[in-house]
Design a protein around this ligand. Structure first.
Ligand code: AMP
Ligand code: MG
Length: 324
């Protein structure tokens, strides 16, 4: 039997991306990035961006791929409603016109599966840190369970919001990381872990206040040290609880060298493996959607058009893992 080939569409927020993968690798990928003219991501503007570019992005990907595809996968959620609906409409149209199965996938789980595919991680505790999402996940008894998560905004969103309030352009995460390198001292910022969950909105407000009295690099440094320590604490407790011996980092905030260093130290101290995929597979990308689609397709799963509505609050633990 020849390799299964799946086209995946990602467009939950700022990044519109189509990719074709087979069981071995990514065959083709095309991306169109929405950049807000000012401020943060505007859901309707982002959706309009995706609508303007999606036909071209799909066409170019199919052309680069140069082969027939077996199924069309798309991000069914979580994400921004208008963006999800735009991309889902294109996915349905494509699957119907090619008369091939449609597969709605959970965006968070796609981050985990692409990480497992592109590193040697097999059964990790995953720290998924992106603009909108912050979760600690691990597989147990047929599902990816959420062991801890943000009670309000995602860590990326918190960094972007803070950065914007001090006049830095979107996305703020990388700029905060750069400024933090020039810091001279740590300023206490509220550390909020409740049970296994964390919260970033109070910390963001405190950092915004702190800039009035302290240098911007010092506040950037203190923001990172505090927020990342919260994430590492919960990840470590999930490792201890599950007894797993691998940690996987996923999501756009995973590009941050200080977060990687802190997680690396924790893993080293516990004598467990730490996996970080290549950067192109960390932020939102079409390949991860295509790959999870491939796993689900291979397991015999497909999504009826009548069940293909999007879910902006789609939780990873809602999904029965049929492919492992
Ligand atoms: P995603 O939603 O997974 O595509 O990730 C986007 C988020 O990652 C945005 O909030 C960015 O500010 C954040 N981000 C990207 N690079 C970095 C970095 N080096 N440090 C911290 N956050 C980052
Ligand atoms: Mg994401």
């Amino acid at each position: 039997m020849s390799d299964i080939t799946v086209l995946g569409l990602e467009g939950t927020a700022w990044n519109l991306s189509a990719a074709i993968v087979d069981e071995k690798d990514v065959i083709a990928e095309t991306t169109a990035t929405y950049m807000p003219a000012s401020g943060g991501i505007h859901p309707r503007e982002a959706a309009q961006h995706h609508a303007n570019h999606i036909a071209r992005v799909i066409r170019e990907t199919l052309k680069k791929g140069g082969r027939d595809i077996d199924a069309v996968a798309f991000s069914q959620g979580p994400g921004l409603g208008p963006c999800l609906r735009t991309v889902a409409t294109a996915a349905r149209a494509l699957a119907l016109s090619l008369a091939i199965p449609l597969i709605g996938v959970n965006h968070c789980i796609a981050h985990i599966e692409v990480g497992r595919w592109k590193t040697s991680a097999s059964d990790p505790v995953t720290l998924y840190v992106s603009g909108a999402n912050s979760q600690v996940l691990a597989y147990r008894a047929g599902r990816y369970r959420v062991f801890g998560e943000t009670l309000d905004i995602g860590i990326g969103n918190a960094l972007d919001k803070f950065a914007r309030s001090v006049g830095l352009p979107h996305p703020g995460g990388p700029k905060v990381e750069e400024l933090a390198k020039q810091a001279a001292r740590y300023i206490p910022i509220p550390y909020v872990v409740k049970g296994m969950d964390f919260s970033f909105s109070g910390l963001t407000t405190a950092a915004q206040e702190s800039v009035k009295k302290n240098s911007l690099p010092d506040v950037c440094h203190s923001f990172q040290e505090t927020a990342f320590a919260m994430l590492v604490e919960v990840t470590e407790r999930a490792v201890a609880h599950t007894g797993k011996n691998e940690v996987l980092l996923a999501g756009g905030v995973g590009a941050n060298a200080r977060l990687r260093e802190m997680l690396g130290f924790m893993c080293q101290d516990r004598g467990i493996e730490f996996y970080v995929p290549e950067k192109r597979f960390m932020g939102d990308n079409g390949a991860m959607i295509a790959y999870l689609g491939l796993l689900m397709y291979r397991a015999g799963y497909s999504t009826a058009i009548s069940d293909s509505g999007v879910n902006p609050n789609y939780r990873p633990d809602d999904v029965e893992v049929v492919w492992l």
